[in-house]
Structure formats: structure tokens, C-alpha cells
Design a protein around this ligand. Structure first.
Ligand code: TRP
Length: 449
């Protein structure tokens, strides 16, 4: 029997999409962006982008996959009857592959920090020393390559048994582990002296910080967080069992992911403020400031590896959805079979990933694309160029090729979708989402100021 054809259980389906949403983004992107961009005001803008853009796009992905019970490699052409829509899954696989190249790189750094935190080599007491450790980590060619390959190969090995079985194996371990560690660290953080300052930093509404650039950032984040637009979840939706409402599943994913992001913020910022560190943006927050704090706090030598394990647990489910898009595409469109498809896809990911990871080392740091090193160029290309294009294409597909009445009927009768909510969402998808996407595309092209 072809095991990849089994479908998820109801709970398994919801956990699978939650585990794809939860990832590195919850740990450093969301909390820092929230703190620096107006606290509660930013959270509001973020939720609005999720509801008006990222989730409607996911609804298109859901309908096309679940109706046909086929992965994107076949579903878009089947629904439309037009071969040229094959462009969507092809771009989806390409985008996910490019995201993996830099995403797995950061997971590699986390793995390396996890290992080093247990040997004591991360015990530092000032920002220069912490900076040196970070630079040494990301500029050691052998280290970055090995640490990046390990998670990619580990996830591939689990997924090689089949999409559904593999993903369920991952989420059954990663999500409980993540929650357990998060609660443990939360108790510690909230009893620290900087907790009050952290709560003010994260939640105090400051609407004056909401600018055009911020709206763009929030929108990009909503796509990235909910794994929307790259057809990563479309692959999972094909295996959703009958009767699981997309509205219910997607709202659970949004809420669960948001809660984990906020909890992550409540773990990280009390540490940052208690030890007088800079709540700076990006990876430097976790890689440069937190080792200093952990080195000074009681039980820090135990809590530091636990913290990095938390990030690893979170990243596995996300890596699974990103890599499964290519695995199942190859499995469907070639004669390779499951295991060989995973092998071929993983080899491509590893080779690309090696280029990205070497871009922070002396081996390739001189190579730039449009003034960015390979790592930054990949990040920019996927989030700022491919994501808006994919979003627009998916909406165009929906407006042009999907019979709305049929789609409504299917989702109400076969998926228990709440009819009123569905009507509202389809209205948003038809009128509001395209408008926002076109504005974003114009802004990206520099035609809007
Ligand atoms: N949501 C993940 C995070 O926050 C990243 C991710 C997983 C993703 N699957 C995806 C991003 C698919 C885009 C497309 O870290």
C-alpha cells in the first residue's frame, strides 16, 4: 500500500499545520518586531494581515487540495483544466527550496549553540565576547556546513516513511516538547526583575509607530508565520480527513501560533531587561544577548541548552512542511518513488544550503547578489519578491478558475465549514485581498511611496 496516501487524523491534521506555523519566526521575528513596532498596535496589524490576506490565500490552497485530494503537483491543473497553472506548484517548490537554504542555516547555528551550551563554551559575560562567539560560529566553514546538514537530513529521514506518517511522528514529539520547555522557561522568566519592563515593551500600544513600511513588514510576517502562499500547507491539506473545517483549522493555527509567539516573547524579554541587554532585532538577539544572560543566572548552564532545544523543537515542524513540498512534488511527477524522491530533494537542499551557509564564512562571503550576500539575497528574494507574486497568482487562480458556488457548497457540506463565516471570508478573498496584494506589489516595485 502506498503509505503516503493515508490521511491525517483530525487532531493530526490540526497539529501538522500548527507545527508548520510555529518555527524560528516565533522566537526572534515576532517578539522583536512586536516590541520595536508599537507593541499591541503591531499585534493588531499582524492579526488583520492574517485575517485579510494570509488566511484567505490559505483557503484557496485548502479548497484546491482538499477537493481534488491531490497535492499541488496535480491539483491546480485538475481544477482549472489548464496546463499553464502548473507554474504555481513549480514556483511553490522553488520558493520553499530557497527558503530552506537559509532557514536550515539558522537551525544549524541553533544546533551548534545547543551543543556548545553543554560544553560551557558559551559562558560569556560581555557583548564583545558574545559577538566573538557568534562570528566564530557563523564563519567556521566546516562547522556551519555540518550543523546545517544534520537537521535537514534528520527531517528527511523521518519524512521518507511517507508524508502523513512522517509529519505525525515529528509533531508528536516536537509540539509537546516545545510546550513543556516553554512553560518551564516562562515560570523562570516571569519571576525575574525585568518582567514588568518586558511586558510593557511587548504590549504597550504605540500607534504612532504604524507606518507604511510597518504594514509591509507585518504582511510579510503573516505569510511567513502561517506558511501561506508557498503551497507548503496545500500539500498537507490534500491529506486532511473529511469533515475538518478549514475555517476551524486555520483559526486554531492562527491562535496557537500567536500564543506561542507571545509566550516566546515573555520568555525572552524578561531575560533581556533583567540583564540590561539591548532588545535588538534579528538573530543577534538570541545568539548574542541570551548566552550572556544565561551565563550569569542561577541554573543558567542547565537552562541555556534547554532554551536552544526549544528553538530546535519549534523549527523541525516548519522544516518538515518546507521540505515536504519538494518531496511530494518529485514523488508525484517522477517514477522515483518515495524514498528516492526524498533523497534527491534532500541532496538539492543540502547543496543549496551549503552555498547559503558558506556565505557567512570567508569561503563565500565576497560573493554578492545585488549588493547582498547569498543568505540575505535568498531571504529578500523569497519574502519580498516571490511571496507577493505567489499570493497574487493564487488569488488570480481563485477569481478566474474556481467556481465560487461549488467551492462554498463543498466546504459547507464536506468540510463542515460555517456558512456565514465562509461567506465573509470569500467576500474578503474576492474584493479585499486582491486589492491589498496589488498595492503591496506596487509598493515592492517602488511605484508607491
Ligand atoms: N512558519 C515558519 C516560521 O515561523 C516558517 C515556515 C514553515 C514557512 N513553513 C513555511 C514559511 C512555508 C513560508 C512557507 O518560522
Amino acid at each position: 500500500m502506498d503509505k503516503s496516501k493515508l490521511s491525517f487524523s483530525g487532531l493530526g491534521a490540526i497539529l501538522a499545520i500548527i507545527s508548520s506555523a510555529v518555527g524560528l519566526g516565533n522566537i526572534w521575528k515576532f517578539p522583536t518586531m512586536t516590541g520595536q513596532n508599537g507593541g499591541f498596535g503591531f499585534i493588531l496589524v499582524y492579526v488583520i494581515s492574517c485575517v485579510f490576506v494570509a488566511i484567505p490565500v490559505l483557503l484557496v490552497e485548502f479548497y484546491v487540495s482538499n477537493k481534488t485530494k491531490k497535492i499541488p503537483a496535480e491539483s491546480f491543473v485538475e481544477i482549472s483544466g489548464k496546463k499553464y497553472w502548473q507554474i504555481l506548484p513549480v514556483l511553490g517548490v522553488l520558493a520553499c527550496t530557497l527558503v530552506v537554504a537559509f532557514y536550515s542555516d539558522v537551525i544549524g547555528w541553533v544546533l551548534s549553540y545547543f551543543v556548545n551550551s553543554m560544553t560551557g563554551s558559551l559562558n560569556v559575560d560581555n557583548i564583545e565576547a558574545a559577538g566573538n562567539v557568534f562570528v566564530n560560529t557563523i564563519s567556521n566553514p566546516v562547522g556551519v556546513v555540518i550543523y546545517q546538514i544534520i537537521p535537514v537530513v534528520a527531517v528527511a529521514t523521518i519524512l521518507s516513511v511517507g508524508a502523513v506518517k512522517g509529519v505525525e511522528k515529528i509533531v508528536k514529539i516536537s509540539l509537546p516538547l516545545l510546550l513543556g520547555i516553554l512553560i518551564l522557561l516562562l515560570i523562570k522568566s516571569l519571576t525575574m526583575s525585568g518582567a514588568g519592563e518586558a511586558i510593557a515593551f511587548l504590549f504597550k500600544p504605540d500607534f504612532s509607530k504604524i507606518t507604511g513600511k510597518l504594514l509591509l513588514d507585518a504582511l510579510g510576517l503573516s505569510f511567513f508565520k502561517l506558511s501561506s502562499g508557498f503551497l507548503a500547507l496545500a500539500t498537507y491539506f490534500a491529506f486532511f480527513p473529511k469533515g475538518v473545517s478549514p475555517l476551524n483549522a486555520l483559526s486554531k493555527m492562527l491562535v496557537a501560533d500567536l500564543i506561542i509567539s507571545v509566550l516566546a516573547g515573555l520568555v525572552i524579554f524578561p531575560i533581556v531587561f533583567t540583564y540590561g541587554l539591548e532588545p535588538s532585532a534579528g538573530p543577534s538577539l538570541i545568539f548574542m544577548t541570551l548566552p550572556i544572560a544565561f551565563s550569569q543566572m542561577p541554573f543558567g548552564s542547565v537552562l541555556m541548552p534547554v532554551f536552544f532545544l526549544l528553538i530546535l523543537a519549534a523549527s523541525f515542524g516548519a522544516l518538515a512542511s518546507l521540505t515536504e513540498t519538494g518531496n511530494s512534488y518529485l514523488e508525484k511527477t517522477t517514477k522515483l518513488g518515495r524514498k528516492k524522491s526524498v533523497l534527491v530533494n534532500t541532496s538539492v537542499l543540502v547543496v543549496l544550503g551549503v552555498f547559503a551557509s558558506l556565505s557567512t564564512t570567508p569561503v563565500l562571503d565576497g560573493v554578492t547578489i545585488c549588493g547582498k550576500n547569498i543568505f540575505d539575497a535568498l531571504d529578500y528574494l523569497t519574502s519580498n519578491i516571490m511571496l507577493p507574486i505567489m499570493g497574487l497568482l493564487l488569488i488570480t487562480f481563485f477569481l478566474k478558475e474556481v467556481n465560487k458556488e461549488e467551492a462554498k457548497k463543498y466546504m459547507v457540506n464536506q468540510c463542515n465549514a460555517n456558512e456565514k463565516m465562509l461567506n465573509i471570508l470569500i467576500m474578503i478573498l474576492t474584493y479585499i485581498t486582491p486589492l491589498i496584494m496589488v498595492l503591496i506589489a506596487l509598493a515592492q516595485l517602488g511605484l508607491l511611496k
